[in-house]
Design a protein around this ligand. Structure first.
Ligand SMILES: O=c1ccn([C@@H]2O[C@H](COP(=O)(O)O)[C@@H](O)[C@H]2O)c(=O)[nH]1
Length: 277
C-alpha cells in the first residue's frame, strides 16, 4: 500500500486505527478451542468485526512464533484474510547483519518464497544502516524503525543525549531519515511519550508514525494528536488488548467492535478538528 493509498483510506474510513492481533491461545474465549485452529478463528472474527473501523492490522509475531509451526500457519492464514484496504504490519522488530536482515525481509515480504507478503515490518535500528537497508530495498514495502518506544525501559537508552544534547531517539530519526523517505519509512513512537512527539515532528515532519501504547498502556490519544498529527494525519495509532480482549465470552467480537468504534469516533473528531475530513 502506497502512502497516497494509506492517506486515502484514513480519509474515507475517518480513522487511523491499527488493530493489534496479539493472539494468545490462553486468553481467547473457551468456546473457540473446539475449532481446528482457534487462533485463526479468533483473528477471523476480530477482523470481520473491525475491518470498516481501522486502516491497519498489526500481528505481533512473538505470539505466533511461540506456538511453533502451528503458530506460523495461523499467522499465514490470518495474513491471507487481512482486508486489502488495510495496511498489514508484521510487528517483528527484526534487524541483523545485512545478509541476515535480507532473509528476515524475505520471510515477511516475499510471499512467493515464504507465504507471507506483509506491507510493513517493524525493525530495530541498533545495528545500523546495513541492518536496515535490506528491508528498505523491497519496493512497495514499508520499514518501521523503532525510535522512542512506549515501555518504561525506553528511558534506559533512548532518551540519553550526546554531548550536543541530541537524544538517542532523535539521532536515530536524523540518521535513518537519510536511508529512506516518507513513502517507505515510518517510526514507532509510543503514545506514553506525549510531548516527545513535538521533538519527533521536528526531525520527521512528514513521516507516518506507528503509535502503540493507548488502551492497556494508558497513553493519551488526544496528546498524540496534539503533538503528532500532520496535515496528512501522519499517525497510525495501535490498540491491541483493549480491543481484542474486551470480552472473553461469546460476545468477544461484538465487544471488540464497540471498543474499536469508540476509538474510531474519537479519531474522526481529531481528523475533523484538523480539517483532514
Ligand atoms: O514501543 C512499542 C513497540 C511495540 N509495541 C507493541 O504494540 C502492541 C501494544 O499492545 P497493547 O495491548 O495495546 O498494549 C504490542 O504488540 C507491543 O508489543 C508496544 O507496545 N510498544
Amino acid at each position: 500500500m502506497t502512502r497516497d493509498e494509506l492517506i486515502h483510506q484514513i480519509k474515507i474510513k475517518r480513522s487511523f486505527l491499527c488493530v493489534g492481533l496479539d493472539t494468545d491461545i490462553n486468553q481467547i474465549p473457551m468456546h473457540l478451542l473446539d475449532h481446528e485452529d482457534p487462533v485463526f478463528e479468533f483473528n477471523r472474527q476480530i477482523i470481520e468485526a473491525t475491518a470498516d473501523l481501522c486502516v491497519a492490522y498489526k500481528p505481533n509475531i512473538a505470539f505466533y512464533e511461540s506456538m511453533g509451526a502451528a503458530g506460523w500457519e495461523s499467522l499465514r492464514k490470518t495474513w491471507r484474510i487481512l482486508p486489502k484496504d488495510c495496511l498489514s504490519i508484521a510487528d517483528a522488530k527484526r534487524g541483523d547483519i545485512g545478509n541476515t536482515s535480507r532473509m528476515y525481509a524475505t520471510a515477511f515480504f516475499d510471499e512467493q518464497r515464504s507465504g507471507l507478503g506483509f506491507d510493513a515490518i517493524t525493525v530495530a535500528p541498533y545495528m545500523g544502516h546495513d541492518s536496515v537497508q535490506p528491508f528498505l530495498q523491497f519496493q512497495g514495502k514499508w520499514t518501521i524503525v523503532l525510535a522512542l518506544t512506549s515501555n518504561t525501559g525506553s528511558l534506559d537508552f533512548q532518551t540519553f543525549a550526546n554531548t550536543e544534547g541530541v537524544r538517542l531517539f532523535e539521532q536515530v530519526i536524523q540518521k535513518t531519515n537519510t536511508w529512506g523517505n516518507p513513502s517507505n519509512l515510518m517510526y514507532v513512537v509510543g503514545a506514553t511519550r506525549g510531548q516527545a512527539f513535538e521533538s519527533v515532528r521536528k526531525h520527521a515532519p512528514d513521516h507516518f508514525l506507528l503509535v502503540p501504547g493507548i488502551g492497556a498502556q494508558g497513553g493519551s490519544l488526544q496528546e498524540v494528536c496534539k503533538y503528532g498529527m500532520t496535515a496528512d494525519c501522519g499517525l497510525l495509532v495501535n490498540a491491541t488488548r483493549s480491543i481484542i480482549y474486551a470480552s472473553n465470552g461469546t460476545d468477544f467480537a461484538e465487544r471488540a467492535r464497540q471498543e474499536a468504534s469508540a476509538l474510531q469516533r474519537e479519531m474522526e473528531r481529531e481528523l475533523a478538528a484538523k480539517g483532514i475530513v
